[in-house]
Design a binder for this molecule. Sequence first.
Ligand SMILES: [Zn+2]
Length: 136
Amino acid sequence: MRKLSEKDKELIKEAKKVARKFSKVKWEGQRLSTVGAALRTKDGKIYSGPDICHPQSGSSSICAEFTALSKAYSEGHTEIDSIVAYCYVNEKVKKILSPCGICREFLRLFGNPWIILDTKKKAKLNEIHLFSDNWK
Ligand SMILES: [Zn+2]
């Protein structure tokens, strides 16, 4: 675990901005997004995006991390330095989220990034991943 840098705090701000923006999007009266993710690539570019939560089908939903990673990957980036996900329901209900198991597995494809865990600390993916001892 390590303390956050100013660059990490910038990522948190970006993730929160995305989460707030997309929390207003509705489909048939139901909210589609409550989480924004922001990542920094190894060469310093920032990509971000929201989750897209199908109100009637969890398996048809994607986490915000997938949106941000897909954007970075489609622009040619395959190594991530750090990532954060921020849940915004309203001004009283908001917080940084730790990536789910599927996201942790997917993140392995992009190196061993820093995962911002809360407003004070971060950890390397292999420190929080269940099967990190299977890594090369
Ligand atoms: Zn996830």
